[in-house]
Design a protein around this ligand. Structure first.
Ligand SMILES: O=c1[nH]c(=O)c2[nH]c(=O)[nH]c2[nH]1
Length: 310
């Protein structure tokens, strides 16, 4: 209680940019060569430092500058390549064990997608280029070791030129959109899934299991969106495709408890141009479109398992 008020508070450091290079000697073969990660790390600590708010007494504050320094110190201590989920776990476990009065720590990391380049068909030992979609994670650990781990993808841009339609929707005096069974489908998926792990004792020993899941989930999401390469799969709405994508991830990966997908509908508007003199200047025949992301449809859902863990 703070002078008859209730206060919820936490503090930390946002957007700590850190890059870690692991220098491995050798040529350019699989598993050889330098490894680089670039992470944007945010840390938030729950701790009992009420007097700082109510009485100007800072004696229990872990300075956010020290929090930032810890990110670099822990990156330095990682002598072996570490996944961003494992780094977030390591950091949050540090904060909750090192400081007696820190009751919980949340660590967010977004990775910049540096990808090893391939030159003359061979992976380069120390050359990287920037990819597109980003891997992110949020880990919360409390003092008793209870935890939650969420991982996800930002900015997974997907498009197909056909096998999409939208019909049978509410039709009223505000409706102009015609029914269609032929349109483009484009979106930029933001996905975030929660692992069913609930305690630090359940953390898998396998070093890159979270990285593997990330790659696996990304592939399942994209494959479900597109369907088989030759025939694709018909999408009656973004909503239905979103549901099938989320369901495919939960069916494939039993260690994922729930998944949230946000899929803006990025419109490719049919172009028809005409004037009195030139009525058929551009007559739309599923060929010329005006791409636009403003405004766009916003479609999102979270899918969870209804059966609790046995
Ligand atoms: O797949 C779609 N879902 C909608 O909810 C919607 N609304 C709209 O105008 N076009 C679309 N397309």
């Amino acid at each position: 209680m703070a002078e008859g008020f209730k206060i919820d508070q936490k503090h930390g450091k946002g957007r700590v940019r850190v890059s870690r290079v692991w220098r491995r000697v050798g040529g350019s073969g699989a598993g050889v060569g330098n490894v680089i990660v670039e992470w944007n790390v945010s840390v938030s600590l729950a701790s009992d430092c009420l007097p700082a708010y109510t009485a100007g007494d800072n004696s229990t504050i872990v300075a956010t500058d020290s929090i930032k320094n810890t990110v670099y110190a822990k990156a330095k201590e990682c002598s072996e390549v570490v996944s961003m989920e494992n780094f977030a776990l390591l950091l949050s476990r540090h904060f909750t064990t090192f400081y007696p009065h820190v009751t919980a720590a949340t660590v967010n990391i977004v990775e910049k997608p540096w990808e090893r380049v391939v030159v003359d068909g061979r992976p380069h030992s120390h050359g990287f280029k920037l990819g597109s979609e980003k891997h992110m994670t949020e880990v919360t650990v409390n003092k008793c070791g209870a935890l939650s781990i969420t991982s996800g993808i930002q900015g997974l841009a997907l498009l197909k030129t056909t096998k999409s339609g939208f019909e049978g929707f509410v039709r009223d005096r505000y409706t102009l959109l015609p029914d269609t069974r032929e349109r483009m489908a484009a979106t930029e998926v933001t996905a975030s899934w929660r692992y069913s792990l609930e305690h630090v004792s359940e953390i898998p020993a396998k070093p890159f299991c979270f990285t593997e899941r990330y790659e696996g989930a990304k592939k399942v999401l994209a494959d479900t969106f597109f369907g088989p390469p030759d025939v694709g799969v018909y999408s009656p709405s973004v909503q239905n495709t979103l549901f099938l994508m989320a369901k495919a991830v939960l069916n494939r990966f039993l260690d994922i408890a729930s998944i949230q997908l946000r899929m803006p509908n990025l419109h490719f508007l049919p172009v028809n141009l005409s004037s009195k003199e030139n009525p058929d200047m551009v007559k739309f025949a599923d060929d010329v479109y005006m791409p636009t992301d403003e405004p766009h449809g916003t479609i999102e859902a979270t899918l969870s398992r209804t059966l609790s863990k046995i």
